[in-house]
Design a protein around this ligand. Structure first.
Ligand SMILES: C[S@@+](CC[C@H](N)C(=O)[O-])C[C@H]1O[C@@H](n2cnc3c(N)ncnc32)[C@H](O)[C@@H]1O
Length: 326
């Protein structure tokens, strides 16, 4: 997927899309729906190309499945045929006379994993976007294209977009001047406080790719426009439908036998057999000290009164997963 300067677009990072005219890859459209229709048409044609579909790793899915998931040119649930246009439009021709030099970035980039953006969708080996922002700010200039070929949930795209966000940069501990220059507050060799310029504020474009269609789908939702109100309405509708259909499973009769209550959680307990009288001992009932929340080492059997410990008792029920025989 590819990201572009969010002028009127909404995402987890900004406001929602509107119906005003939009520009995309140099083309103008009356509104975003027209942009989408135009590029979906191009993608539909491209999907008929056998050579395109023969790209190794091309997702298994019908044209309609791929089109339904895609929002071209930003996101396609298959190799993105608009990449070349994107790079041509936003990229800069290599110019050998333009000096590019950066010291290797060596700094502590450890970040917590509790940022609401980070937690919006889980993924194994997910990287906090704030850590990535430091690298992008160090190595790139506003408007540059950043490629993440193994993007997972697209946190590199989130980071690239937030390099244009003053508050997010300040949250990293940097100072952003009125001229857009980002400075690191540090000390010189003599221990004197200095502001070291390290970058400039400004959105970077991101190209995000992953072998996993699920990952790119999450990445696209992290990085491109969506209508937050509509999302909320749909989510509410789905929750209401689930409540109506399955809510009964989460209800129980109160001890008065008449009124119902919602089950917030269920506590399971081992059930043992008393070694003396062979009757049932519900472990939680007998061993748990509700006042202290601790488990007693020894406890009496509620039926015969003989003191016992968990290790000395035999489990009464055991469940195991296995093949079912008829
Ligand atoms: C370490 S995870 C990236 C997580 C990402 N940084 C994030 O914050 O969500 C590595 C990703 O590489 C992808 N991957 C592995 N082999 C790949 C390949 N040959 N081409 C593209 N992606 C690949 C995996 O699907 C996985 O999502």
């Amino acid at each position: 997927m590819i990201t572009k300067q969010p002028k009127q677009q909404g995402s987890l990072l900004g406001d929602q899309a509107s119906s005003v005219p939009v520009e995309c890859l140099g083309l103008r459209f009356d509104n975003d729906a027209a942009r989408r229709t135009h590029f979906l048409g191009l993608l539909r044609e491209k999907l008929k190309d056998a050579e395109f579909r023969a790209i190794p790793g091309f997702p298994i899915g019908t044209d309609e499945d791929i089109l339904r998931l895609s929002d071209p040119p930003f996101y396609t649930a298959c190799p993105n045929p608009f990449l070349e246009d994107f790079v041509r439009y936003y990229g800069k021709q290599y110019d050998s006379s333009e000096r590019y030099s950066r010291e290797p970035f060596a700094a502590d980039v450890s970040e917590g994993k509790t940022d609401p953006l980070y937690m919006a969708h889980s993924y194994h080996t997910k990287v906090p976007h704030k850590a990535i922002m430091r690298y992008i700010l160090h190595y790139t200039e506003p408007g540059d294209i950043v490629l993440d070929g193994f993007c997972g949930t697209g946190m590199t795209g989130v980071a690239a977009q937030l390099c244009g966000n003053r508050a997010e940069i300040a949250a990293l501990g940097y100072r952003v001047g009125d001229d857009g220059v980002i400075c690191h507050d540090t000390q010189d060799v003599a221990g004197k406080s200095i502001l070291l310029p390290i970058s400039r504020i400004g959105y970077r474009h991101a190209i995000l790719n992953d072998l996993s269609p699920a990952a790119t789908f999450i990445a696209s939702n992290y990085n491109t426009r969506f209508d937050a109100t509509s999302f909320q309405n749909h989510a509410r509708r789905i929750l209401d439908e689930l409540e109506a259909e399955l809510g009964w499973m989460y209800k129980t009769l109160h001890t008065d036998g008449k009124s119902t209550g919602r089950i917030n959680y269920t506590v399971w307990s081992d059930v043992f057999s008393c070694s003396e009288c062979l009757k049932e001992i519900v472990f939680v009932h007998e061993a748990l000290d509700e006042k202290t929340g601790s488990i007693r080492e020894t406890f009496p059997c509620p039926h015969c009164g003989v003191t016992s410990s968990k290790d000395a008792l035999k489990l009464l029920y055991e469940s195991s997963l296995g093949a079912c025989r008829r």
